[in-house]
Every structure is written in C-alpha cells, then in structure tokens.
Design a protein around this ligand. Structure first.
Ligand code: PLP
Length: 366
C-alpha cells in the first residue's frame, strides 16, 4: 500500500521535545516565541502568532478585525469545512464565490458578491496553490475589505515574489497531516502591529498583563511541546517542499495524455504550488466515473482521497442556517464531482511514483 500521507519527523525533533519535557515548561513559553519568530521570518512578515489549531487561527483573525453579526465574509465553496465553521463561530455571514480551473476563488466572482454588508474576503489556497492574490487584493482595496487568507494547506507557498500570508491576516494549520505539523496547531501571520497585538490578547484570555483583561478572549495558546515538534520541520521546510514538487512533476509527466484525466496545471504566473495535495480531475469524458476510479485505485494499493466530495455548504446543518447564503457555484459543484488526490508526500520513492502512475493510468485510461 502506498499511503496518501506519511508523517515522519526530522530526528532533531526528539532532542528538542526531550528538552521541553525535562524543562518542566510544557505550556506556551520560549519555544513558542522562537517558533513564531522563525515562522514570521520564513514568511517575510513582521508577526506570527501561534495558536492551538488552524480553525481558531481563522476565528481569531475574524475577531481581531471585529467582525460579527450582519457582516459578510466572501470565501470559497470548495474548501475544508473549518473555513465555513470559523466564519459562523465569529458570528458573521458566509458568501461563496465560484472557483477557477486552479480550484481557487475567482476575483471577478468575489467582486460580484460585494455589497454594503461585506467586510472581508477569505480566499483559500487550496491544495497548497496560492490564489491570484494580486487580483483579490485589488478587489479588497477597491471596496475597503479586509483579507484573511486561509493558508492552512499552503505553508511556504509563494505568490508574486513573496510568501502567502502577507496580504492581511494569514491563517495556517499545523494539523497532523499538513505540510508542517505539530499534531494540532496553527499560526497567524501579519504585518499589522495593531492586529498582531489584538491576536495575542485574544489568544490568551484577553489578558495584557497578569489579571489585566482588555477584551473577552479565549485560550487559543499553543504549547512549547508542540513548538518543539514544529521548529525542526520549519527549518527543513524547503527540503520537504522540493520533494513534493519533484513528485508532482513526475506524476504530471507520467499522467500526461491519459484520456479524461486532467493533471493539476499551476500555470498561474508567479505562484508556486507546495502540493499539500496532488489533485487530478476525472472528467465526464473518462472511461470510468470518479467514485469507481477511487475504489479501483485504492483496491490496487494506491492511497487516494476525495477532497472534497461536496461544496462546503451542501449539508443539512448549513442549509437551515440564515448566516450561510447559498450562492450559485457550478464550477465548484463540478470540481467536487471530479477530483481525486494522489500520494505526493515527500517520502515517496521513484518506485512508488512509477506505481502510482501505472495504477492510475491503468484505471482511468483503459
Ligand atoms: C486543515 C484546514 C483548516 C483547519 O485547520 P485545523 O488545524 O484542522 O483546525 C482550515 N482550512 C483548511 C482549508 C484546511 O485544510
């Protein structure tokens, strides 16, 4: 079996975790501060604020912007459910702009939804491929909107000569299977000193100094134990990303020309894909349906996954919620019916890659 994800931590993690365990300081402390400083430097921003997961990163970002009831946030309909849940948790209303061939929201579709209630746009860099941020930042600037990037899948990805997460507030997930993992964890990046300060307060019960509360906050803190797991991976992030990109290139080459199959084509200028997922489409013109293909590929020992089988609001619990506005998103609905993600993790061998190509080409192209 070739699994779709393999989690293997750099050896340096062991020593650093042991140091934390022996220090007796397990909660947020000096290693979180170090992790934040290195994460900010790596992403070219003034501040990185560590939190306990990617979902709370998004919630804290929206709260730092003072969003609440009646405020609309425009996001992608083709995303993990946390994007939507964070908007609802903050008390705001979610709107959905349709996506392009790169699976990310289109700036024109976002612009078409802007109205007097719109306060923020929340683009999602799906699968590790950055959105067209120049176009989206243009929409935001024209209408005075905040930008909260859902960069959960895109640690280290670059767009227009810099990292994602620098356009407003950047929200990263450090969940177990993400490209950089602390098991559970998150990070919020920004160049804005005032927002960074508010995020630090929100993360820690709204407390400026001991028992000096300025706002109603949360416990969204990350632990030093988690930071010890993350720091060595951050230092080796480029290595891991390069391995993912090499695997993707091999899959692109091997799967080119398979009838009915579309490989991810990051053709956008100045955007680097960090391949959290390598996602192909199995179209209506393929000899086999998507779900049937998924079953056959798995049966042949190649792990694969459907991210995501439905647009994010297409569940009973959201249909009844007045804060979830159902917008028409035909491209996202079509993508949800056609996508399959294949193994691209950094520990694939050349033999694994050949096997993935052989199995997928055999199943889809027969
Ligand atoms: C993983 C993920 C999140 C949430 O992150 P958690 O750390 O699991 O809370 C949010 N958005 C997207 C697109 C994700 O993939």
């Amino acid at each position: 079996m070739i699994p779709i994800t393999v989690v293997r931590l750099p050896g340096e993690v062991d020593e650093l975790v042991l140091e934390v365990l022996r220090s007796g300081q397990l909660a947020q402390g000096p290693l979180v501060a170090l992790f934040e400083a290195e994460f900010a430097a790596r992403h070219g921003v003034a501040h990185a604020v560590a939190v306990n997961n990617g979902t709370t990163a998004l919630v804290a970002a929206l709260q730092a912007l003072d969003l609440g009831p009646g405020d609309e946030v425009i996001t992608s309909p083709f995303t993990f459910v946390a994007t939507l849940n964070a908007i609802l948790e903050a008390g705001a209303t979610a709107r959905f702009a349709d996506i392009g061939a790169d699976f990310n929201v289109l700036a024109d579709a976002v612009a078409a939804l802007v109205n007097e209630r719109t306060r923020a746009i929340m683009p999602v860099h799906l699968y590790g491929y950055p959105c067209d941020m120049a176009a989206l930042a243009g929409v935001a600037a024209r209408h005075g909107l905040a930008i909260v990037e859902d960069a959960a899948q895109a640690v280290g990805a670059e767009v227009d000569g810099g990292s994602v997460g620098r356009y407003g507030l950047g929200c990263f997930s450090l969940y177990a299977t993400k490209n950089l993992s602390t098991g559970e964890g998150g990070m919020i990046t920004t160049d804005d000193d005032v927002l960074a300060d508010r995020l630090r307060l929100l993360r820690n019960q709204g407390m400026r100094a001991r028992y000096q509360y300025e706002i109603a906050g949360h416990n969204y803190r990350l632990s030093d134990l988690a930071a010890a797991v993350g720091i060595p991976q951050l230092r080796r992030l480029d290595e891991a990303t390069t391995a993912r990109q090499a695997n993707a290139a091999a899959l692109d080459a091997g799967l080119a020309g398979v009838a009915g199959l579309t490989t991810p084509s990051p053709a956008g200028s100045g955007r680097t894909h960090v391949y959290h997922q390598y996602t192909v489409r199995i179209g209506a013109d393929a000899a086999i349906g998507r779900d049937e293909a998924v079953a056959a590929i798995s049966e042949a020992g190649v792990g694969c996954g459907v991210y995501y089988p439905r647009v994010v609001f297409d569940y009973e619990c959201y249909r009844a919620d007045p804060r979830v506005v159902i917008d028409d998103v035909p491209a996202a609905v079509a993508a949800a019916a056609e996508v399959v993600s294949l193994p691209v993790h950094p520990f694939l061998t050349a033999g694994d890659r050949d096997r993935v190509v052989e199995v997928v080409a055999g199943v889809v192209g027969r």
